[in-house]
Ligand binder design. Structure first.
Ligand SMILES: [Fe+2]
Length: 355
């Protein structure tokens, strides 16, 4: 087995305003039926009219109140199989959660067992059915990454199916689709790219390709979030590409993501806002970026709730700590092998109390 990393890129993408209209030509090529996973937000929206669904195709609207669970993937997969045996294409139209669902269901249509069997690294054995991703939010980078993050409630873990087979075969990047995103959500999700990339550039595990992509993504984020209107047409285009580069970079994260995962597991906060809540108290670890983050929030008139974790039950603090400290690789990347002596339990709980 070679020790060299063999990197896969997204084979095809269209990046253009209005390009969702190209979907009908793309899906025409498939003989079997197509399954569409669409964020519920678009159920009564003009975007729905652009879906070229044919008679046997299946459309599933996804409620993204909760982030995707392994049990949901198994359920959706059963529904697709009940529609027929020849599903030849899966389309995901939505934010990170919907894109992850589309990737995971596509993989599970061609691999035996349950979704939870494939949480980890390179466990997916067979290529899934053809995957088309159409992001409607920019920032997680899920459109470009080789993972689909799922929560396994029974086991209490949040882990992706990390595999080359978890990458989309085709992307349609249409900046018109992010026009209707609520401003706060646009900011929180967009910051995910900024944070991934700055954590990667501040870490010790480095690589020239990852650094180059991360630097460009951060430069675009700065142009977007330090401008007068982060949601102008030009900025929505830039943000879509920043997210794509951030997803391609997929560098190693640092202190923000582990604590953010703790907030998601212990208190159920969504990834984007959880990241921002954490960044808001990490001036000690990322002094330069902390100031920039605050400037961006002020410039875009975005605020964050406070006092969320100041008075919690001791058991919750324990859970916040345990579900953050397990992320050893990012914490080592940021703080070194002795990270537990730097970020002690006491220290981490004192940080959480400031959220
Ligand atoms: Fe993230």
């Amino acid at each position: 087995m070679t020790e060299f990393k063999n990197i896969k890129n997204i084979p095809k993408y269209i990046f253009e305003k209005g390009s969702i209209s190209s979907l009908s030509d793309i899906v025409k090529e498939f003989d079997g039926f197509v399954v569409y996973f669409i964020d519920k937000f678009f159920q009564d929206n003009d975007v729905k009219k652009k879906i070229p669904a044919r008679r046997n195709d299946l459309i599933q609207f996804i409620d993204t109140a909760d982030e995707p669970k392994t049990s949901l993937i198994d359920k959706l997969c059963d529904q697709v199989k009940a529609n027929g045996e020849n599903c030849t294409c899966v389309v995901g139209l939505g934010g990170g959660s919907v894109l992850y669902i589309a990737k995971a269901v596509s993989n599970m249509l061609t691999n035996k067992g349950k979704a939870e069997d494939y949480q980890g690294w390179d466990l997916v054995e067979n290529p899934g059915v053809y995957k088309i991703g159409i992001p409607t939010l920019s920032g997680t980078g899920s459109e470009a990454s080789r993972t689909c993050v799922l929560t396994n409630v029974e086991k209490g873990i949040k882990l992706g199916m990390n595999s080359d087979y978890s990458m989309f075969d085709q992307l349609i990047l249409d900046p018109d689709l992010t026009k209707t995103v609520p401003r706060d959500q646009y900011f929180y999700t967009g910051m995910d790219t900024y944070l991934h990339c700055m954590e990667s550039l501040n870490g010790s595990y480095r690589n020239v390709v990852i650094d180059a992509l991360s630097q460009k993504a951060i430069e675009l984020c700065r142009e977007v979030f330090l401008s007068d209107d982060m949601m102008s047409e030009a900025n929505r285009e830039k943000m879509m590409i920043a997210s794509y580069f951030g997803g391609c970079a997929a560098g190693n994260v640092g202190v923000v993501h582990p604590l953010s995962a703790g907030l998601s597991i212990a208190l159920g906060y969504h990834h984007g806002i959880a990241n921002c809540l954490v960044m808001n108290i990490l001036e000690e670890y990322y002094p330069y970026e902390y100031v920039e983050f605050k400037d961006m929030m002020e410039k875009q008139k975005v605020s964050l709730p406070t006092g969320l974790c100041s008075k919690l039950d001791q058991k919750i603090y324990e859970k916040l700590y345990s579900s953050s400290i397990i992320h050893e690789k990012p914490l080592t990347n940021a703080l070194g092998a002795e990270f537990k002596t730097i970020l002690t339990k006491e220290k981490m709980i004192s940080l959480f109390k400031r959220i």
